[in-house]
Design a protein around this ligand. Structure first.
Ligand code: ADP
Length: 251
């Protein structure tokens, strides 16, 4: 039988903060292997939407249904750590790397954390473990900097290491908040290529303000405005929509 292609379905999500509706009846459906961009003016509810998916914020109404490899799971009322354990990973803007440890060690710790067995904390790395870390280093483009202190990396390289740390948990869905903020043009392009590569195996949702980045790498874009879905489509469709232009001009 064919695998269902939908991996995540957010239905009729509403989030109220003390009566203020940050999200009002938002729908978001993701297909497996998508690199989806979530855009919209400040305060549109983009970050809150990611918070709902990863369980950081509880939806006031609506549901989040996740089709994992183990079956269909309603994650709406699950806790953040449970959702992470089910394969939905969130990268926050705050750094999670250990600056005094090497790039390699940062990935090693992430790998050991996933196993979560205390005994493995001091166990020696197997050849297989090393291989996995090496592969991850190649993927994030840091194979030549494996022995560098993570704190000595450039801003862009630190962001790639963060993504590498996330990948060591082997998430099916990655939720990223402005991954190219503060990056040079070259770093931004490399990040786009990296995300495209990752999306061959996994599904990614990116909240983004850098419109050139979105234009260069998005296949499908979701525009939010005032807690609702305003428009969904290709970047061409988004750019030629009068209502989208209006909400951006109004900023
Ligand atoms: P975006 O990411 O699109 O800029 P947010 O999701 O951060 O928008 O915020 C959507 C709206 O919800 C904003 O008006 C914001 O002020 C409000 N909001 C977000 N988080 C909270 C919170 N914890 N308490 C109260 N209001 C919040």
């Amino acid at each position: 039988s064919k695998k269902p292609s939908v991996i995540l379905q957010c239905e009729d999500i509403t989030v109220s903060f003390d009566g203020f509706k940050a999200i009002q009846g938002m729908n978001l459906t993701l297909e497996r292997g998508e690199l989806r961009f979530l855009i919209g003016p400040n305060g549109a509810g983009k970050t809150t939407m990611l918070d709902v998916i990863c369980g950081k914020t509880r939806a006031t109404a609506g549901s989040v249904i996740y089709s994992s490899s183990d079956g269909v799971i309603d994650v709406t009322k699950k806790k953040e750590h449970q959702i992470a354990g089910l394969g939905i990973g969130r990268k926050f803007q705050a750094p999670s790397i250990f600056p005094t440890l090497t790039v390699f060690e940062n990935l090693e710790i992430a790998m050991r954390q996933r196993r979560s067995v205390f005994a493995t904390l001091f166990a020696r790395l197997t050849a297989e473990d090393r291989e996995r870390i090496e592969q991850q280093l190649v993927m994030i483009g840091l194979q030549d900097k494996a022995s560098w202190r993570a704190g000595g990396l450039s801003h862009g390289e630190k962001q790639w290491l963060e993504i590498g740390i996330m990948l060591m948990q082997e998430p099916s869905v990655l939720l990223l908040d402005e991954p190219v903020a503060g990056m040079t043009d070259k770093e931004t392009d490399k990040t786009g290529e990296l995300l495209k590569e990752i999306a061959k195996m996994r599904t990614i949702v990116v909240v983004e303000h850098d419109m050139e980045f979105v234009r260069n790498f998005a296949s499908k874009v979701t525009v939010m405005h005032e807690g609702k879905l305003l428009k969904e489509g290709t970047m061409d469709e988004i750019q030629s929509d009068d209502r989208v232009a209006e909400v951006y001009l109004g900023q």
